[in-house]
Write a protein that binds this ligand. Structure first.
Ligand code: PLP
Length: 448
């Protein structure tokens, strides 16, 4: 392990599985303490966008830290906070709107902030009874208790269930394992229609908003069929509730457009960013609040009764600005689209293997799901630990992917997330797909 520290000083995520020690990153590669190189095929958890080791970003981070490392956002903002906010304003899907940006230290904090913004919006409108935010099953919005309550991922909720405030979840929009047992387009988007039914059930005057991941991240990778997001927008408008798009994983270019909602021309009332905003060079999240939202709060309560110590942290926002400019200068959103199309095409070839049930995704956010029986989509028994074993086999081969379990019922079901940096080359994608095929073969699963 050779970390130079005490291996047993860290309280790790797992006391069962060993975590490697990484010492260096360059481009799409991570190097461990023994000098072994890994292709970072998932950018950590879909974080690394511009690649590791980009020195011009590091220089900005270091320069900002040396000039002004910290101010409290109730007293000062650093100039770079205004600059990054203006940059993001220009990216909002409806360019005619003058959105306002609130910075946090990551995705979960952005979710918590959005919940409080929604609450204060309704307080400002003199409708304090609107307290309920609806969400979807098989979703993930973060690890803090509020964000976890919104999350529908059974596996992640289970240990903490008694601590979570009640949230009404509607069906996931997940065609491969349709929770309603229907097929698109004959289903008439019944999963989307459920939103209206849920609002009626809860009481239309009690609902404050609805949150969704436009393309679901780690908990399924599901991509909505045509018409779903339009339907959701129509229902939110009809019912007068706010629509929040959690783009913590999909935002800043990962799916091949700056925001994933742009694929379907959806304009949410609030958009959340994290991960790719700084490409991992510093912790940062952001809440983009549409004009009707922040103006209402401005006129109502006069401000947001909320704040974190590291809100708009100068080195983090400077890093975010440097990363976003780097993405723009190098046309990396287009790159994510093109390399994403190539990755999807190559991953499709894996469908020929008996254990590959589905390949889905958008841009450089792709998911491969594994099944014991392709016809029935029956997953492997949980004891097989299929995705963990695949992760191990790939790690051995110098490739890192993001394994997940529980997609079928919170316990059974295996998939991996593939979300490499946008700079990945086609031959590196070829290598990645070959290694997945070889690892599956090695696991003896290619024949079912
Ligand atoms: N929302 C989505 C869609 C995510 O994928 C995540 C993290 O994986 C979060 C929110 C939480 O972000 P963070 O882990 O930065 O708190």
């Amino acid at each position: 392990m050779s970390s130079g520290g005490d291996d047993e000083a860290i309280f790790p995520r797992s006391f069962v599985r060993q975590t490697l020690t990484a010492v260096r990153g360059q481009g799409v590669y991570i190097e461990d303490a023994d000098g072994k190189r890994y292709l970072d095929a998932c950018g950590g958890s879909a974080v690394v966008a511009i690649g590791h080791g980009v020195q011009e970003v590091v220089a900005v981070l270091s320069e900002q830290a040396s000039r002004l490392a910290y101010v409290h956002s109730s007293q000062f903002y650093a100039p770079v906070a205004y600059e990054l906010a203006s940059f993001l304003q220009g990216k909002f899907p409806d360019r005619s709107q003058n959105v306002r940006v609130h910075f946090t230290s990551g995705g979960s904090e952005a979710i918590e902030t959005a919940v409080k913004i929604v609450r204060q919006y309704w307080l400002s409108r003199n409708q304090p009874q609107r307290t309920r935010i609806l969400s979807r099953r098989q979703s993930y919005h973060g690890a803090t208790l509020g964000a976890l309550a919104l999350s529908g991922s059974l596996r992640r909720r289970r240990p903490f269930e008694p601590l979570l405030p009640p949230v009404d979840h509607i069906s996931a929009c997940f065609c491969y394992r349709c929770p309603l047992g229907l097929e698109f387009p004959a289903c008439d988007l019944a999963c989307g229609q459920e939103l209206e039914q849920a609002i009626t059930k809860v009481g239309p005057d009690k609902v404050a908003g609805f949150i969704l991941e436009p393309v679901v991240g780690a908990s399924s990778g599901a991509v909505p069929p045509e018409g779903y997001l339009r339907l959701v927008r129509e229902i939110c408008d009809r019912q007068g509730i706010l629509l929040i798009a959690d783009e913590v994983m999909t935002g800043a270019g990962r799916t091949g457009t700056y925001f994933a909602v742009e694929h379907w021309n959806l304009v949410p009332d609030i958009i959340l960013l994290g991960k790719g905003l700084t490409s991992g060079y510093a912790p940062l999240g952001a809440v983009l609040a549409g004009e009707k939202v922040w103006r209402q709060i401005q006129q109502g309560t006069g401000g947001l009764d909320h704040g974190f110590t590291y809100q708009a942290h100068p080195p983090s926002v400077a890093t975010g600005l440097a990363v976003q400019r780097y993405i723009e200068k190098n046309a990396l959103v287009d790159r994510a689209r093109d390399r994403g199309a190539y990755l999807a095409k190559r991953l499709e070839e894996l469908r020929a293997l008996p254990c590959v049930g589905d390949v889905r995704g958008k841009g450089l956010l792709q998911t491969v799901e594994f099944v014991a029986d392709k016809k029935t989509c029956e997953p492997f028994p949980a004891e097989v630990k299929f995705s963990d074993r695949l992760f191990d086999a790939l790690q051995e081969r110098g490739v890192v992917v993001y394994p997940m379990r529980g997609i079928a019922d919170g316990n059974k079901g295996d998939h991996i997330l593939i979300a490499p940096p946008f700079i990945i080359e086609e031959q590196q994608i070829d290598f990645l797909v070959e290694q997945i095929a070889a690892a599956l073969q090695e696991m003896g699963q290619e024949t079912g």
